[in-house]
Design a protein around this ligand. Sequence first.
Ligand SMILES: *[C@@H]1O[C@H](CO)[C@@H](O)[C@H](O)[C@H]1NC(C)=O
Ligand SMILES: *[C@@H]1O[C@H](CO)[C@@H](O)[C@H](O)[C@H]1NC(C)=O
Ligand SMILES: *[C@@H]1O[C@H](CO)[C@@H](O)[C@H](O)[C@H]1NC(C)=O
Ligand SMILES: *[C@@H]1O[C@H](CO)[C@@H](O)[C@H](O)[C@H]1NC(C)=O
Ligand SMILES: *[C@@H]1O[C@H](CO)[C@@H](O)[C@H](O)[C@H]1NC(C)=O
Ligand SMILES: *[C@@H]1O[C@H](CO)[C@@H](O)[C@H](O)[C@H]1NC(C)=O
Length: 399
Amino acid sequence: MENSPNKTVSINVFILTLSLILISSITLSFLRSSRSPLPLPSITRSLDKTCNVFQGKWVPYPQGPPYYSNETCRLIIDQQNCIKFGRPDTEFMKWRWKPDDCELPLFDAAHFLEIVRGKSMAFVGDSVGRNQMESLLCLLAHEAYPEDITQNSSADKNYFQRWFYADYNFTLAAFWSPFLVKSGAADMNGLISIYLDEADEAWANEVEKFDYVIISVGQWFFRPLLFYESSRLIGCHICNQNNITSISKYYAYRMAFRTAFETLLGLKNYTGTTILRTFLASHFENGDWDKGGNCGRTRPFTSNEMKLQEFNREFYSVQVEEVRKAEEKGKKIGLRFEVINATEIMWQRPDGHPNGYGRSMHTNAPVYDCVHWCLPGPIDTLNEFLLYLMKKQVPDQIV
Ligand SMILES: *[C@@H]1O[C@H](CO)[C@@H](O)[C@H](O)[C@H]1NC(C)=O
Ligand SMILES: *[C@@H]1O[C@H](CO)[C@@H](O)[C@H](O)[C@H]1NC(C)=O
Ligand SMILES: *[C@@H]1O[C@H](CO)[C@@H](O)[C@H](O)[C@H]1NC(C)=O
Ligand SMILES: *[C@@H]1O[C@H](CO)[C@@H](O)[C@H](O)[C@H]1NC(C)=O
Ligand SMILES: *[C@@H]1O[C@H](CO)[C@@H](O)[C@H](O)[C@H]1NC(C)=O
Ligand SMILES: *[C@@H]1O[C@H](CO)[C@@H](O)[C@H](O)[C@H]1NC(C)=O
């Protein structure tokens, strides 16, 4: 269905996000792969390190990237398994991102696994970050399947996942932390307390040994929230209590990233690369998530068809400002910060969401999800960017 460009796009997706956040447990006994890794040739691969890969456009790619399907990847959860649940159109899987001045290479699973041999990678953030990790699991699936070692760590399986690629000694983890900072449970009025100057221990106590930490959060900052600093209530966002100062969500978003980056900079033994994956806006049209809102487009936006709204752009700007500050500090102590500049790029893909062709993990009912992304789909591109950035770091272009 085509919608008028001027229709309101809903911002209020937090309860949907909440409802989608719990992670379904996947039966994993069959996942261990016996496939042995390829030997490691030293392949010279040239990479244009000066090109801005984030400047470009989506172009048709009629055959679709040769990655995986709902049949070949056994790790797609129902929430994002759009083809399994009958999504009829397939064009959304047949586009690639084309930078103006160079090529974004196809995802090369063997190359990725060479780079991460003996290393570890963590996705820290909300369920959209987990969605990207699940895309990565599928992108790697034709080279190797991991063992689920979630149970080996003490973390709560519903919110945290740990995978181990034995043939590569590579650990991949997801730490669920929708605010990055410490938060409490919702109170009677549905208000969640968040502590802007205290990192969420759920990830902060875990990431020190990780080689790559990919950070992203977003939709939860649209909720009604109470903000604390130095353990004192300093204000709130849409809390509807006139004795509490109103504070903008952008301030809270900024402080959450500042606290997260400062925490990483301050971890004594952390030597990893931190990668900010910038905010991904939702694509609800024709109403809020709970008022008939949906995202039924089947093609990317053409340029200028619908602009990213200002409030979404503000989230992007705030986090990029904070990561740039962290990058400066990091340089002095040898810590790298990188950015997957995805906000605008993914905004152009309203066709990439389940929109009813996914199942809620709780009720097994269809939900109009315009926040998460179908697998396969445009979210796979985020991991093409990820690998691109990882390759860029490898000296001498020899890996
Ligand atoms: C893949 O999707 C098709 C529908 O296109 C469905 O019939 C099939 O059962 C799905 N396969 C798996 C393994 O879920
Ligand atoms: C596996 O990788 C970890 C670091 O992630 C390292 O400490 C360990 O020594 C490696 N094990 C082997 C057998 O190479
Ligand atoms: C995880 O725990 C299982 C069962 O205790 C054990 O067999 C396996 O070796 C552990 N894996 C790792 C990577 O620690
Ligand atoms: C605001 O007022 C409500 C009652 O109207 C009260 O329960 C709450 O404690 C007050 N909050 C502050 C920070 O004073
Ligand atoms: C950092 O690593 C050193 C040496 O391995 C260890 O002694 C120390 O306890 C570690 N510090 C922290 C904060 O984990
Ligand atoms: C991110 O990409 C947008 C265009 O998509 C561009 O305007 C912006 O400058 C880029 N930001 C960074 C930090 O590269």
